[in-house]
Design a protein around this ligand. Structure first.
Ligand code: XMP
Length: 321
């Protein structure tokens, strides 16, 4: 029978066969696929796998801890975190154009990751690179049409030509739901296994305007509240994702206590979708919207207005940039 347990056993055997007594590197994005791929390879070769996690400073609240604490606790994986926050902020200074942001973040990410690969290679014989490629990715890159030209997508990994790794792709025959089952079988927490999609460029493309440390802090606080309330309302599995977007260059007048405010709006973008190619805006319950709005405007000083995005995709994309 093709059970999850048998997939795990078979893949572990295949990884051992491929890697032998070699060493492997795996970039973690915080997402499901790289986490499950890494957990499988860790089961197969233990400490001969090293995971690399780049903190580009565009993460949401708690995401770095989720990798450093929860993922490591669940797997015992050897992890190197690279703090590249200053570098990314510096590279993004003064940039407002969405495509330029995406290109800069993608470029810096590859540079940081390649440097980490070089450092590891200098320490030992790392010949293998683990990637969380899924079956649909394999099919798509075989020439299928995708919407990649609408926005330049950025993902972890990418093969530097001069480093010459052999790829280990233990998920390449699996669909997303199977990957999730494998993750659960391997003991990964549900917060990782059922994590909603989050774009590689992170909060950098959810701040409309220049990305600065202060704006990131504001958006992180608003986003954490929205996520908390959606989780508390039991809605995580009903929505595909709910980006929170900071309109950093827009200000509007408000009133709070006995004072006038002149702050920024945030946009809630809850969407329902099967595959992110098309999406509908999610009809969230009014009480949940109310709680999110009240809390954000009370708890996040810079934000004095919360608005709801009621656009489907098409014509709107899910992310604003
Ligand atoms: P859009 O905005 O194109 O987003 O409707 C579709 C889905 O893709 C996610 N997204 C990304 N994921 N790297 C990623 O790994 C990216 O550069 C990227 N841009 C968008 C988005 O969150 C949504 O789920």
């Amino acid at each position: 029978a093709w059970t999850t347990a048998s997939i795990v056993t078979e893949q572990i055997a295949a990884i051992r066969e491929q890697v032998g007594d070699g060493r492997a590197i795996c970039g973690l994005s915080g997402g499901v696929d790289s986490a499950v791929a890494a957990a499988l390879v860790q089961r197969a070769i233990g400490d001969r796998l090293t995971c690399v996690f780049v903190d580009h400073g565009l993460l949401r609240s708690g995401e770095r801890a989720q990798v450093e604490r929860d993922f490591v606790a669940a797997t015992g994986v050897r992890l190197v975190t690279i703090d590249a926050r200053e570098r990314f902020l510096g590279a993004l200074a003064g940039v407002t154009d969405p495509e330029q942001k995406r290109k800069i973040i993608g470029r810096e990410f590859i540079r940081v990751f390649e440097q980490a690969e070089r450092d590891l290679k200098a320490q030992g014989d790392y010949r293998f690179l683990v990637q969380g490629t899924l079956y649909p990715d394999v099919v798509e890159s075989g020439g299928g049409a995708n919407a990649a030209n609408i926005k330049s997508h950025h993902n972890v990994g990418g093969l530097p030509e001069d480093l010459q790794f052999e790829l280990v792709e233990p998920l390449r025959l699996l669909f997303k739901d199977e990957v999730r089952r494998v993750g659960l079988e391997l003991g990964l927490p549900e917060t990782i296994v059922y994590r909603q999609p989050f774009p590689g460029p992170g909060l950098g493309i959810r701040i409309i305007g220049e990305v600065t440390a202060d704006r990131l802090e504001t958006l992180r606080a608003a986003d954490a509240i929205a996520r908390e309330e959606l989780t508390a309302a039991g809605l995580d599995r009903d929505i595909w994702q709910c980006p929170v977007v900071l309109l950093a260059d827009v200000r509007s007048v408000g009133v709070q206590g006995d004072g006038r405010t002149y702050g920024n709006p945030v946009v809630l973008r809850p969407v329902s979708s099967e595959d992110a190619m098309t999406a509908d805006w999610t009809r969230l319950p009014y009480e949940v919207l109310e709680r999110i709005s009240t809390r954000i405007t009370n708890e996040v000083a810079e934000v004095n207005r919360v608005v709801l995005d009621v656009t489907s995709k098409p014509p709107g994309t899910i992310e604003w940039e």
